[in-house]
Design a binder for this molecule. Structure first.
Ligand SMILES: NC(=O)c1ccc[n+]([C@@H]2O[C@H](COP(=O)([O-])OP(=O)(O)OC[C@H]3O[C@@H](n4cnc5c(N)ncnc54)[C@H](O)[C@@H]3O)[C@@H](O)[C@H]2O)c1
Length: 253
């Protein structure tokens, strides 16, 4: 039986991933603030360490896949928390579980990033602090920008971090990729829509396929990346946004 750890498993995309693999007979170890096998808060170093150690305990130190879905939206009032959860939380989860993946069968991991990584203007100080792993400096940099900037830059840095791990993770025998969705109908997107400032702009971007995504569609891409059909896909960011990124950045390949 395949054993998979999924963060953010209680809602939205993480819940769809959990359903897809749980229904398919896998053992899913969900991690979330509530309603999960492992209750943990990925926003702090201590919370990450205890969530990772509980997953290691439950899995017997062996995992075949890890999917980092936990995240918070650009509407979050406490802006530094966006960087803490979406960047440090995701990487702490992935890196902390790498040894267990190395013990697994055809091991593979996926991080959910966002197509905002290529759309939101870059904040160099925040990106530098994130990529240096300096959580204090990142928190200070995030405190001086708005939630949209913190969100897009945290996702950009996470995508870069995924690609930067290709050499080491590949040598360790573990594939790692990112999925970059556009708007997907989940509670996170609904909270953004309900935000009086951000809400009116949610549908501003061009969307060639003319609709938002469903969490199950993102889970389908995760399933592909976790499958043998994607055995050569490593260090890639797969956009799943109905064509928005292609329209806005046609030359960014
Ligand atoms: N929905 C979208 O439009 C969209 C678009 C692009 C990327 N994403 C990304 O997809 C991922 C999943 O988002 P979603 O839309 O399913 O959101 P969601 O709010 O439905 O689910 C996110 C889950 O993460 C959990 N979480 C939040 N903070 C946490 C913490 N500190 N510790 C542990 N768990 C925590 C929440 O409790 C929740 O269950 C996020 O990383 C998000 O940034 C979403």
């Amino acid at each position: 039986m395949r054993r998979i750890a999924v963060s953010g498993s209680a809602s939205g995309i993480g819940a769809a991933v959990r359903r897809r693999f749980g229904d398919g007979g896998a053992e899913v170890i969900g991690v979330d603030l509530d309603q999960a096998e492992v209750i943990g808060d990925l926003s702090t170093p201590d919370g990450r360490a205890s969530a990772v150690s509980e997953v290691l305990e439950r899995s017997g130190g062996s995992l075949d896949a890890v999917v980092a879905c936990a995240g918070i939206g650009p509407h979050t009032p406490e802006v530094p928390r966006i960087a803490a959860v979406n960047y440090f939380g995701a990487l702490g989860f992935l890196d902390g579980l790498l040894p267990a993946l190395q013990d697994g069968e055809d091991p593979v991991a996926v991080a959910i990033v966002s197509n905002s990584l290529g759309i939101i203007p870059r904040d160099d100080a925040l990106v530098a602090a994130l990529l240096e792993g300096d959580e204090q400096a990142a928190s200070a940099a995030a405190a001086s920008v708005d939630g949209v900037t913190a969100y897009g830059n945290s996702k950009y840095a996470l995508a870069v971090a995924v690609r930067r791990r290709a050499a080491v993770w590949g040598e360790a025998g573990v594939r790692l990729n990112g999925v970059a969705p556009g708007p997907v109908d989940t509670p996170l997107l609904q909270a953004t829509i309900d935000d009086p400032v951000l809400g009116p702009h949610v549908d501003d971007l061009p969307m060639p396929l003319g609709r938002r995504g469903a969490p199950e569609e993102i889970a389908g891409i995760v399933a592909f990346l976790l499958s043998d059909a994607a055995a050569l896909v490593h260090g890639s960011i797969v956009f799943a946004d109905g064509g928005t990124d292609a329209v806005l950045r046609p030359d960014a390949v």
